[in-house]
Design a protein around this ligand. Structure first.
Ligand code: IVH
Length: 697
């Protein structure tokens, strides 16, 4: 795509544009800005190896936007500014694919592949066939049409003959070029097939965000990707972090009088051409081999590496490499004869849904939990799984006694894909969602627009126990020896009934319990003692106020000199704080309006806990202000949480992952992928633990 020389000259160009120099006419400046931005997109989204920091990128992008605003005649359809769409897509029109999007025949073991190869050799008359093997991406299938080098249309697979036109949403995917020099190969029009994915990390983050907004989690990355393609607001699509692999050329026409170049005579050459044109094709992941035994070996080997990939794959696809031979082999009505999918071992199984229990969470949310006959799925026995909420049960039409299909994809928690309605006997029973809390029996309540039922009795025993478990947890008050099981045990023995009770535990009674010798009692006592002086943000987080995560807890702690003063804050005052929106502000207000909560806080203060805030003490102007840090691997001299606190006390910020926004990565023993990734970003400084200590001291 780019030679080293081109990359060097683009770097120089970027530098001069960033320093405010313009190469000449507005037209030349716009062209230079686009070149630099496209290159940066390619390095970031395709190579995973950024060359510009986020600020630098934003600066160049807004420079281009301003220039196009003053010179609208300079805007081109493939300008990077044209990805961002205005308004909503009202309907996705139905469009015809240039050629039907067939699916693939499946194979499950070596024998299936040997059979398929035998047929292929019979049809072709060849003794040995050259195959190209690539991953089978588990996402949503798309088709793209480029005409005269410009992206002209993007569509979903639909029924294979017709799909939905989703061009605007496709333009939000940064790894899909808006233009590509197909004309260099003589190609006038081309239809490409590919798969849109959400990688595992992005998926996990998406679900964290949804949990914070009280939305039900997305079941798996595949559904998340296909759902994202149909969002009507393209700006929301852009936020989903979609990626795309383009893996097949299904149709093409050449410019007049031009013969097909070698680049489009074999499948592997086409993948290489796409890569060279700036697409993310599986050119790096593909393998070309001769004969079926080499195919089998490679597929089995790749299966063992499946979990190391950043995205989900559910098998391999084997394609006859030579296009001329592909044409000779042809297709059935369903699938081409020249390709086959090799499916990895199922991470699905069927079982019977026996029962549903309703669990009460710390904020009163009621989660239905399905109990199934235990089945092994991908090496783990699954007997119990979340059914998320009532809407999910209705949508999937789940009934007690149903045979259900259960999936456990990669890092995703197991879930029920569907019930198998065909196998119903008539004995199945509806799942009745309770009207009252299963623990305190108070009526349940479902706020408008939400899908989760709640018990709003904050004294509900189930919530009290869950809140105590949260209060003592590692990121809250960090009372290690008082984990979940001890909280439950002390609760059931009436030794502990609420959060303040943690500080008045009857150690004499506890010492009579089995498993509580003098050593564990003294550990417990000292952990509780230490927690009294935890900084206020930990206490706030530990209170488990709805929507108040660690970051919001820090904001609140930094905004007040005493926790009880927050009780007097109006909604407006809360909204004025950084990153606090109406939902959080409303929830904080509600917490402090409840007198039981005020009494609990007063009691905690009497018991010696620190309720003093950080106003004034924490300087945003500290020595590390504006700098970002991340720790990886095992530290020896410092506890990770203490090291992070040191950074924050001096005005620095902790990031959750390696990106070009990161300034320092502190590396302990056995550092893994974060270190590897950071090494690729020139702007990240890598420090040892000792170097970090010197720096903060
Ligand atoms: S080739 C005519 N290659 O798997 C054959 N498909 O189960 C075109 N898929 O509908 C498909 N990775 O959505 C091909 N490397 C890959 C693929 C792939 C995933 C999907 C595709 C197809 C489905 C068939």
């Amino acid at each position: 795509m780019y030679t080293k020389d081109t990359e060097r000259s683009l770097a120089t160009l970027a530098k001069s544009l960033l320093s405010g120099k313009t190469p000449g006419s507005p037209e030349e400046t716009a062209a230079s800005l686009r070149q630099v931005i496209r290159h940066s997109d390619w390095r970031y989204y395709i190579q995973d190896d950024p060359v510009l920091s986020d600020q630098e990128y934003d600066q160049l992008f807004s420079q281009l936007k301003k220039l196009e605003e003053t010179h609208p005649e300079l805007v081109s359809a493939d300008s990077p500014t044209q990805r961002v769409a205005q308004g909503l897509t009202k309907v996705f029109p139905t469009v015809q694919h240039l050629v039907p999007m067939l699916s693939l025949e499946n194979s499950y073991d070596a024998d299936d592949l040997i059979d398929w190869d035998r047929k292929a050799r019979e049809i072709s008359g060849l003794a040995e066939i050259e195959y190209c093997i690539e991953p089978k991406f588990d996402g949503a299938s798309i088709s793209l049409i480029y005409e005269n080098d410009l992206l002209a249309r993007g569509a979903t697979r639909g029924d294979g003959v017709q799909g939905d036109e989703i061009t605007t949403n496709i333009r939000q995917i940064r790894s899909i070029p808006l233009s590509a020099k197909f004309s260099d190969y003589g190609i006038q029009q081309i239809e490409l097939r590919g798969e849109v994915l959400i990688n595992k990390t992005t998926f996990a983050k998406l679900n964290e965000q949804r949990a914070a907004e009280n939305l039900p989690p997305l079941a798996n990355p595949r559904n998340a990707a296909s759902g994202s393609l149909r969002i009507v607001d393209p700006k929301e699509v852009a936020k989903r972090g979609l990626e795309a692999f383009l893996y097949n050329m299904s149709y093409h026409t050449m410019n007049d009088g031009i013969a097909e170049p070698p680049a489009i005579q074999t499948h592997s050459n086409t993948l290489a051409m796409l890569w060279q044109l700036g697409f993310r094709s599986p050119a790096r992941e593909m393998k070309v081999v001769k004969g079926i035994q080499a195919v089998i070996d490679h597929c089995l080997d790749f299966e063992t590496k499946r979990d190391d990939l950043p995205y989900e794959i559910d098998g391999m696809v084997i394609k006859v490499n030579d296009y001329e031979l592909q044409d000779r082999m042809g297709m059935t009505t369903h699938h081409p004869r020249w390709a086959i999918a090799f499916k990895f071992k199922a991470r699905q199984a069927t079982s019977i849904l026996r029962d549903v229990e309703f669990q009460v969470g710390r904020t009163g949310s009621i989660t239905p939990v399905g109990k199934i006959d235990p089945v092994p799925i991908g090496g783990v026995i699954v007997g119990s799984l979340s059914l998320f909420n009532e809407d999910v049960i209705k949508e999937k039409d789940l009934r007690l006694g149903d045979r259900v299909l259960v999936e456990r994809a990669g890092d995703v928690i197991p879930y029920i894909v569907k019930s198998i309605a065909d196998l119903r006997t008539g004995e199945e029973k509806d799942i009745v969602f309770p009207k009252n809390c299963p623990v305190c029996k108070d009526p349940l309540f479902k706020p408008e627009g939400e899908s989760v039922w709640r018990c709003v009795n904050i004294n509900c025993e189930a919530q009290v126990v869950e809140r105590m478990i949260h209060f003592v947890s590692k990121d809250a008050m960090d009372i290690r020896s008082l984990g979940e099981s001890n909280v439950r045990k002390f609760w059931s023995l009436s030794l502990l009934k609420d959060v303040p009770g943690i500080y008045t535990l009857d150690f004499e009674a506890i010492s009579k319990l089995e498993g509580f010798g003098p050593k564990s009692i003294s550990n417990l006592q000292s952990a509780i003692e230490t927690s009294r002086s935890q900084p206020l943000h930990r206490l706030i987080f530990g209170l488990g106020i709805r929507y108040v995560g660690e970051t919001t807890a820090k904001t609140l702690a930094n905004s007040t000199e005493h926790l009880l003063k927050l009780a007097d804050y109006t909604e407006e005052q809360l909204l004025a704080l950084e990153d606090i929106g109406p939902k959080v502000a409303g929830s904080v207000r509600q917490f402090f309006l409840n007198q039981d909560n005020i009494h609990m806080l007063q009691k905690l203060e009497e018991l010696g806990l620190n309720l003093k805030g950080n106003t004034g003490s924490r300087s945003a102007e500290g020595t590390l202000s504006g700098q970002t840090f991340l720790f990886t691997g095992t530290l020896h001299k410092l506890k990770r949480s203490d090291a992070e606190a040191m950074v924050e006390q001096q005005g620095g910020k902790i990031l959750s992952g390696v990106s070009s926004k990161l300034n320092y990565l502190i590396v302990g023993d056995d550092a893994g992928s974060k270190l590897e990734k950071a090494k690729k970003i020139n702007t990240v400084k890598i420090l040892s633990e000792d170097e970090f200590i010197n720096m903060v001291q």
